[in-house]
Design a protein around this ligand. Structure first.
Ligand SMILES: Nc1nc2c(c(=O)[nH]1)N[C@@H](CN(C=O)c1ccc(C(=O)N[C@@H](CCC(=O)O)C(=O)O)cc1)CN2
Ligand code: GAR
Length: 206
């Protein structure tokens, strides 16, 4: 049985949804061979991710936009809360808020997001519905670095999913999530252990 002696890199996961991507990252972190640990889960609303974190004994912080006077104050508070856990990397796993200047300055090039479409196609909060409505035959997911745009950051990995004629948003999204639950933990392990080289728009795992 591999038993790590090296300290595990702390990461913070941001979530807003059912939390199945968080659960996948959590499972990977609990593998004796993994190189990272989840120091905290930060949510912007009450959601399924909260109970998943609590059941695993992971600290949960809620930072809701409605609890702040404006978006900039929310962004600053979010950055302060995340910083308090001294993470090496941040992962947005179904986090449904666009991060602002405070978060991006505080963690430049250290935020990884998983998006349920093949970027640059179908960015935004409704990527699966937009791809289905467009009539694409193939879609998928994209794991990328987060920048000041919306889903415009350098791409680290992608996976493809065939679209079936009878697909609904839910059936297609579930197949995409199945892909993400493998790809995102793989990328997290890779960025923690190998790091990332960026060259303009392009990014490569070392
Ligand atoms: N600065 C960035 N922040 C975030 C990015 C990013 O690429 N740059 N990715 C998102 C995740 N995401 C897509 O993968 C995404 C999530 C939400 C939205 C959005 O339009 N949110 C609205 C509110 C929607 C809601 O509350 O339901 C908003 O923030 O006003 C776009 C893309 C994580 N953050
Ligand atoms: N644009 C952001 C976005 O749509 N993110 C998507 O939210 C889902 C979260 O699933 P989960 O709540 O089951 O982990 C994932 O499919 C992720 O790609």
């Amino acid at each position: 049985m591999n038993s790590r002696t090296a300290p595990r890199a702390p990461i913070v996961v941001l979530a807003s949804g059912t939390g199945t991507l968080l659960a996948a990252i959590l499972r990977r972190s609990q593998d004796p061979a993994s190189s990272f640990q989840i120091a905290a889960v930060v949510v912007d609303r009450d959601c399924g991710a909260v109970q998943i974190a609590r059941d695993a004994g992971v600290p949960v912080v809620t930072c809701a936009l409605a609890d702040h006077p404006d978006r900039a104050a929310w962004d600053r508070d979010l950055a302060a809360q995340v910083s308090s856990f001294a993470p090496q990397w941040i992962v947005t796993a179904g986090f449904m808020k666009i991060l602002g200047p405070a978060m991006l300055a505080g963690f430049a090039q250290r935020i990884v997001n998983s998006h349920p479409a093949l970027l640059p196609a179908f960015p935004g909060a409704h990527g699966v519905a937009d791809a289905l409505a467009y009539g694409v035959k193939v879609t998928g997911c994209t794991v990328h670095l987060v920048d000041d745009g919306v889903d415009t950051g350098p791409i680290l990995a992608q996976g493809t999913v065939e679209v079936y004629p009878d697909d609904t948003v839910d059936s297609l999204h579930e197949r995409i999530k199945t892909l993400e639950r493998d790809l995102l933990p793989d990328v997290v392990e890779a960025v923690v252990t190998r790091g990332v080289v960026t060259d303009g728009r392009k990014a490569h795992l070392k």
